[in-house]
Design a protein around this ligand. Structure first.
Ligand SMILES: N[C@@H](CCC(=O)N[C@@H](CS)C(=O)NCC(=O)O)C(=O)O
Length: 209
């Protein structure tokens, strides 16, 4: 099995975290998105939209991180990351959809301005941050409320938690971790999930903090 990705990329990290949970070692092919390798014809033949990650498994090729992690959980042994019950599984899908629809977009807008722009020697665009921040807060508020009755988004640790984690980590790296720590249940959730050996292993790959 091969994973084409970039270790600091949030979507690559979802895939690597699932592999670590499964204790499965895939061959990692680095694609340097800062150098534009994801737009080279050789890579575009694997991913028509020119982004990472891509999974290749014995002739089967798949892109889109959320599709890849579902495939890996279904295929590989080890810790099951999809709840068995119909309602809990639907709840997991709901939270993956919430991440994609309402959280990661505005979170990445903040992260690009507050983490990546300064890291490249630039200044954050405060207008973009001001526009994105309330949308991030709204998503975190909704998650915090849900976590008052559950330790994890879908009841047990699942793919849903994994899809949220890379963005939450980058909020801390962007020095707006108070958005998380100010929310009691979300903060407790972050402490729980970020202590998992799989996440520690993936975090070590990059110096995002
Ligand atoms: N919906 C895609 C998004 C992939 C994506 O946007 N990847 C980013 C890194 S997290 C990327 O490759 N960016 C480089 C670019 O946009 O050229 C997925 O979930 O896999």
């Amino acid at each position: 099995m091969k994973v084409y990705g970039y270790p600091l990329s949030t979507c690559t990290r979802k895939v690597l975290t699932v592999l670590a949970e499964k204790k499965y070692t895939a061959e990692f092919i680095p694609i340097d998105i800062l150098k534009g390798e994801q737009k080279q014809p050789s890579y575009l033949s694997r991913h028509p939209f020119g982004v990472v990650p891509v999974l290749e498994d014995n002739g089967f090729s798949l892109y889109e991180s959320r599709a890849i992690i579902r495939y890996l959980d279904d295929k590989l042994g080890g810790t099951k990351l999809t709840p068995q019950g119909r309602e809990d599984k639907a709840r997991m899908d709901q939270w993956i959809s919430v991440e994609q629809s309402y959280f990661s977009g505005p979170a990445l807008q903040m992260i690009k301005q507050l983490y990546f722009a300064p890291a490249a020697g630039g200044k954050p665009d405060t207008t973009i941050v001001a526009e994105a921040r309330p949308r991030v807060e709204r998503a975190l508020e909704v998650a915090d409320k849900a976590l008052t009755t559950h330790d994890y988004l879908a009841g047990t640790f699942s793919l849903a938690d994994i899809t949220w984690m890379p963005y939450v980590e980058y909020l801390f790296a962007s020095k707006v971790g108070d958005l998380v720590t100010n929310r009691k249940y979300l903060s407790a959730w972050w402490n729980r999930v970020s202590e998992r050996p799989s996440w520690r292993e993936v975090s070590r790959l990059g110096t995002s903090k």
